[in-house]
Design a protein around this ligand. Structure first.
Ligand code: EPS
Length: 370
C-alpha cells in the first residue's frame, strides 16, 4: 500500500532516482489557502545538504501543484503535488546493485517482488518522506486555521546524548533540531567524529500537538494512538513509537500514571493526551526511535543475488544519523493523522457540540520536560 488515511487519504509515488516524486492528497476540504511557496519552509527543514552532518545530495525540492487548487485555495478535488528529482547520482549504486546491504530493505524487496530498483534504494529510500512533509504542510495549515492546533517537534536524543535543558525557541536554529543551544557544539564534534569513523548512530524525535480538542480518535479500531503508532512506524528507519510515558509506564504504579483531573485542569499527562483511543484535550505527545542508518562505508561481509558471499561497501551521500532530519517528517505524520481524525470526528459527531464539563489541559508543556 502506498496510501494511508481514511477521510484524508494520502498517496505517495516515485523513486529516489526516478524523474520525480509526488503525492495525491484526497479528501481535502475546500477553501484551504495553499501556494507553492507554503511548502518551502518545512521541505527545507527536512532536506538533505543543510549541514555537513547529513547527506550531501542537493535537491531543489520545489513543489508543483498539479491539481486541486484554484485561485490559491483548495477546491475539494484531489490535491496533486510533484517534485522533480534533480541530483540523482545512480552510479554510486552500480557496485551494490546485485548485493543485499545488511540492515536495508534490499533483501526484503527482492524476496517480496522478485525484482527491485537499486538506484538510491528506489521506493524504500527516505527520499519518499519529502512528500509526507509536503502533504503535512496542508494538514498543519488546516489544523492551525480551523482548530488552533499547533504541531511541533525536536530531537530528544542523539545516540546516548539527551538534552540538558529545553528552549523551544532554539530548535530551529541549529542543524539538529536540538532544544538546548549550549550542547550544539558538542553535538557537532560528536557527529564529526562519527562521520570520520564511517559509522552511524540512532536518535529519538519527540513531537507534540498543542490545542487538540477532546474527542478526536476512534474508540476501538482506528484509535488515535494506534493510528499515530502506525503512521510513525511507516517512516523509514523507525523502530519504536511511544505515546506519553510509553515504555516508562512499565515501571510505574497506577497511582502515578493516572492523570488526575480537577476543575482547574489535568494535573499530569502520562497518557500523552489520549485515553481510550480518543484525545483528552491535553497535549498529544509522541516520541519516535530511529535506528542507526544502514548505509555505511565500513566494509561488511554479505550475500549477493546469486547467493555468493561478497564484501559490501556503500559509497555515496548518506546520513550518519537519519534521525537528524526526521523532526519535520514526524511532525507531518502527526498533523496528517490528526486532520484525518478531526474530519472523521466531524463526520460522525459534528452534531454533538461542546460537552460539559470541559477539563482544561492544565500545564500546557508537559512534553517540553522530556
Ligand atoms: C537515502 C540515500 C541518499 C540520501 C536520501 C536517502 O540518497 P542518494 O544515495 O541518492 O544520495 O540522499 O535522501 C534523500 C535524497 C532525501 O531527499 O531525503 C536512503 O538510502 O534512504
Amino acid at each position: 500500500m502506498n496510501t494511508f488515511g481514511h477521510l484524508l487519504r494520502v498517496t505517495t509515488f516515485g523513486e529516489s532516482h526516478g524523474p520525480a516524486i509526488g503525492c495525491v492528497v484526497d479528501g481535502c476540504p475546500p477553501g484551504i489557502a495553499i501556494a507553492p511557496a507554503d511548502f518551502a519552509h518545512d521541505l527545507k527543514r527536512r532536506a538533505t545538504g543543510n549541514s555537513r552532518h547529513v547527506s550531501q545530495r542537493h535537491e531543489a525540492d520545489e513543489v508543483e501543484i498539479l491539481s486541486g487548487v484554484y485561485e490559491g485555495v483548495t477546491t475539494g478535488a484531489p490535491v496533486a503535488l510533484l517534485i522533480r528529482n534533480t541530483d540523482q547520482r545512480s552510479k554510486d549504486y552500480d557496485a551494490i546493485a546485485r548485493q543485499f546491504r545488511p540492515g536495508h530493505a534490499d533483501y526484503t524487496y527482492w524476496q517480496k517482488y522478485g525484482t527491485r530498483d537499486p538506484r538510491g534504494g528506489g521506493r524504500s529510500s527516505a527520499r519518499e518522506t519529502t512528500m509526507r512533509v509536503a502533504a503535512g504542510v496542508i494538514a498543519k495549515k488546516w489544523l492551525a486555521d480551523r482548530h488552533g492546533v499547533r504541531v511541533r517537534g525536536w530531537l530528544s536524543q542523539l545516540g546516548d546524548v539527551v538534552p540538558a535543558g529545553f528552549d523551544a525557541g532554539v530548535v530551529d536554529t541549529n542543524p539538529f533540531f536540538w532544544p538546548h543551544a549550549p550542547q550544539v557544539d558538542a553535538l557537532e564534534r560528536y557527529m564529526d567524529a562519527l562521520r570520520k569513523s564511517g559509522d552511524s548512530v540512532g536518535a529519538r524525535v519527540t513531537v507534540v500537538a498543542d490545542g487538540v480538542p477532546p474527542g478526536w480518535g476512534e474508540p476501538i479500531y482506528g484509535k488515535l494512538d494506534g493510528e499515530l503508532a502506525a503512521a510513525m512506524m511507516s517512516i523509514n528507519a523507525v523502530k519504536g513509537v511511544e505515546i506519553g510515558d510509553g515504555f516508562a509506564s512499565v515501571a510505574q504504579h497506577g497511582s502515578l500514571h493516572r492523570d488526575v483531573m480537577t476543575p482547574a485542569g489535568f494535573q499530569s499527562n502520562h497518557a500523552g493526551g489520549i485515553l481510550g483511543g480518543i484525545s483528552t484535550g491535553q497535549q498529544v505527545l509522541v516520541s519516535v526511535a530511529f535506528k542507526p542508518t544502514s548505509s555505511l562505508r565500513l566494509p561488511v561481509a554479505g550475500v549477493d543475488v546469486d547467493g555468493n558471499v561478497v564484501d559490501i561497501v556503500t559509497t555515496g551521500r548518506h546520513d550518519p544519523c537519519v534521525g537528524i532530519r526526521a523532526t519535520p517528517i514526524c511532525e507531518a505524520m502527526l498533523a496528517l493523522v490528526l486532520m484525518d481524525q478531526a474530519l472523521r470526528h466531524r463526520a460522525q459527531c459534528g452534531d454533538v457540540g461542546d460537552v460539559s464539563p470541559r477539563v482544561p489541559a492544565g500545564l500546557a508543556d508537559f512534553g517540553d520536560k522530556r
